[in-house]
Write a protein that binds this ligand. Structure first.
Ligand code: 0O2
Length: 210
């Protein structure tokens, strides 16, 4: 890295705290939903939740890759996934339900939605992505913060974590045979989601009744 990139990284370390607070705000919302479902319904749509903050190194790398000016403002305005939360649900209907419950909250602004469940990526990747903006109440101001949400089923998550490992093991040049296998495995994961949802509906009645 050259000196301007190193200087930006140092400056960025100070503002990273606000993104951590953005994650905290969102995690509170998600935990409230999760606990409330535990009390009031016989089925909890959220299996598990993970969060992560991008490191200053990877934020600056992304800024360089996107040809952004190396300034904090350019990073704040153009890099949406500094704060990330991944919510894993049991069923596909739960994914959309959780999405609606979070994005329907009045202090949340939805900036962008990518529905890779309705339109999977060519490699087979499925997941519902949303960039939301959440207000963080600091001592002297209210700071809106972008948070990337990835909401997916257990089957989608299983596939994505293996694909991610394979992708990096082969340094992004995955042999064609393995890519075919991964696409086939993604189709199997999709079929499993359909079957599990049908079974769940048989036992609990249609999810639409919620
Ligand atoms: P990490 O370490 O997980 O954060 P952009 O952010 O707009 O430049 P893009 O690709 O347009 O990039 O955004 P998109 O499609 O919303 O995907 C962003 C994140 O989704 C990725 O983050 C991955 O976490 C996940 N993702 C997207 N496509 C795939 C895929 O094909 N396989 C797997 N396993 N995960 C995927 P990062 O930044 O790549 O990494």
């Amino acid at each position: 890295m050259d000196p301007p990139q190193i200087a930006l990284q140092r400056e960025f370390r100070r503002v990273l705290m606000v993104y951590k607070f953005g994650i905290d705000e969102m995690m509170t919302k998600i935990n409230i939903l999760r606990e409330e479902f535990g009390f009031t319904h016989d089925h909890n749509p959220i299996e598990h939740v993970k969060s992560r903050l991008k490191t200053p190194e990877s934020v600056v790398e992304k800024a360089v890759r996107k040809n952004l000016p190396l300034t904090l403002d350019a990073i704040r305005e153009n890099i949406y996934d500094i704060a990330g939360i991944r919510i894993t649900c049991s069923f596909v209907s739960d994914v959309y339900r959780i999405f609606d419950l979070i994005t329907g909250q009045h202090d949340i602004r939805v900036v962008q939605v990518k529905d890779y469940i309705a339109r999977p990526k060519p490699n087979g990747y499925r997941s519902l992505h949303a960039i939301v903006e959440v207000p963080v109440f600091m001592s002297d101001r209210v700071q809106p913060v972008f948070v990337e949400l990835q909401i997916r089923t257990v089957a989608m998550d299983f596939w994505a974590s293996l694909e991610h490992k394979i992708f990096y093991k082969y340094d992004k040049a995955v042999p064609a045979g393995l890519l075919d296998e991964l696409r086939a495995a993604a189709a199997t994961a999709r079929d499993l989601d359909v079957r599990m949802e049908a079974l769940h509906d048989q036992v609990h009645g249609s999810r639409q009744s919620f």
